[in-house]
Design a protein around this ligand. Structure first.
Ligand SMILES: *Cc1c(COP(=O)(O)O)cnc(C)c1O
Length: 429
């Protein structure tokens, strides 16, 4: 039944009554902006204002919102098989997705374990590393991670993450973690020395890392050679290498996976975000045959006893399968190269600006720092956010870092507008 009285109130006011938003301190936040429509690169609010989604809605909708190819595949799947238990049963969308993914995953990946989101994909990566050694009878219970990494909001994922507003209240309950700085090129030898010291004094089971770009640490880049060295040392000590490609995966860095830039390949890969093109939530953790074999046993307790109700949901699988088809198409690959080129040119231009520090890009990801001191959620980011929104561009600065991760289908005109608005924002200071 329609409630006329409720419908007369604004969506923003109705939102306030019962909804609790993520990463939000409601006491100091303004009202939430109702979005009523999304198409390709454009979000539309309840007043009819359009915004270019220059971060692909948290790096998910990279083929454009409501992509007709993906929605048609999911709509078709929806008429046939919606959901079924994945323990004891299997289905074509999951099988076809596994075949398509194995072809594009970093070399050596062989088995796929489904889950629900980025946090659970890393949670399972951590569990695979810990239980791998447990099953082999090794006393290895400590994880290794980068300082300032971000791997999600569940307990294992929080433990290996370094950002304290997210996890400060829970620190007493964390799994054991040792940390190394990211290799910057200049400090590579120090990082390797520290790594060897940690390996000698702790029983390290696995190393979890965001390859080449740490998203939540404000698109912080690190050195590929340095990372390669770290991964090599880990391999030599049978430390399970867990690549968290939740942000970097599926073309954003210019290759299918950021791990493709690095010679040493991971043992485990965590995926989510762009996996389903932003249509449905799903995560995946893949691993090599060697990891899988440590769980393969007559002993039931050696299995990976982890299972989510919606494991391998057929609709999410069909979205992911359609997404892989698009990713590997000539059209999308050309788009990624086009945007990468534009980003590189824009970085060149920014480098000359007096307020810009550390302008950088890799694939469709472009970021720089404003040469102004501020804290992560301070006034500066709010002011910038509002400035961009008023100009019709959705960006989400982190502290003094401005970055873009546009959908691969963004047009030249839209991309030019994003750059122009960013340049305009520099004149504010
Ligand atoms: C977003 C993100 C996660 C967590 O994913 P959720 O789906 O938000 O749980 C984990 N790792 C990285 C690198 C991410 O960017």
């Amino acid at each position: 039944m329609r409630d006329i009285k409720l419908e007369q109130e604004s969506l923003a006011d109705r939102d306030k009554k019962h909804l609790w938003h993520p990463l939000t301190q409601h006491k100091v936040s303004g009202e939430m902006l109702p979005i009523i429509k999304a198409k390709a690169c454009v979000l539309t609010d309840d007043k009819g204002n359009d915004y270019i989604d220059a971060i692909s809605s948290w790096y998910t909708a990279v083929y454009g919102h409501c992509n007709p190819y993906i929605t048609s595949k999911v709509a078709k799947q929806m008429q046939n098989l919606d959901q079924v238990v994945f323990s004891g049963f299997t289905h074509k969308p999951a099988i076809e997705l596994s075949e398509a993914l194995i072809k594009i995953l970093p070399e050596g990946q062989q088995k796929l374990f489904f889950n629900d989101n980025g946090s659970t994909s890393t949670e399972i990566g951590i569990k695979m590393a810990l239980q791998y050694h447990h099953n082999l009878g090794n006393d290895r219970k400590v994880m290794l991670a980068f300082e300032e990494g971000f791997h999600g909001d569940t307990f294992g994922a929080m433990s290996v993450s370094g950002l304290s507003v997210y996890n400060g209240a829970f620190e007493d309950h964390f799994i054991r973690v040792e940390r190394i700085p990211v290799p910057t090129g200049d400090n590579n030898q120090e990082v390797i020395d520290k790594l060897k010291e940690i390996i000698a004094s702790h029983n390290i089971a696995g190393f979890i890392y965001e390859p080449l770009i740490q998203g939540a640490a404000a698109m912080k880049f690190h050195d590929a050679k340095g990372l390669n060295e770290i991964l090599k040392v880990c391999r030599e000590h049978d430390i399970v290498r867990v690549a968290d490609e939740v942000m970097t995966g599926f073309g954003k860095t210019g290759k299918y996976f950021a791990s493709d830039y690095i010679e040493e390949k991971p043992d485990v890969v965590c995926m989510s975000k762009a996996l389903t093109a932003g249509l449905l939530p799903m995560g995946l953790t893949s691993c090599t045959q060697k990891i899988y074999d440590a769980f393969y046993s007559e002993d039931i307790a050696k299995g990976l006893f982890h299972g989510h109700t919606y494991t391998a949901n057929p609709l999410a699988c069909s979205a992911a399968l359609a997404a892989v088809e698009l990713l590997t198409s000539k059209d999308i690959q050309e788009n990624i190269q086009r945007i990468s080129g534009c980003n590189a040119d824009f970085v060149q231009k920014l480098t000359h600006h007096s307020r810009v520090k550390n302008a950088r890009s890799k694939g469709v990801i472009m970021a720089f720092e404003l040469d102004i001191k501020t804290d992560r959620y301070g006034d500066l980011r709010n002011k910038l956010f509002q400035f961009f929104m008023d100009k019709g561009v959705f960006l989400r600065p982190l502290g003094n870092t401005i970055y873009i991760v546009p959908p691969y289908v963004i047009s030249d005109e839209e991309l030019k507008k994003v750059y122009a608005v960013i340049e305009e924002s520099l004149a504010l200071f």
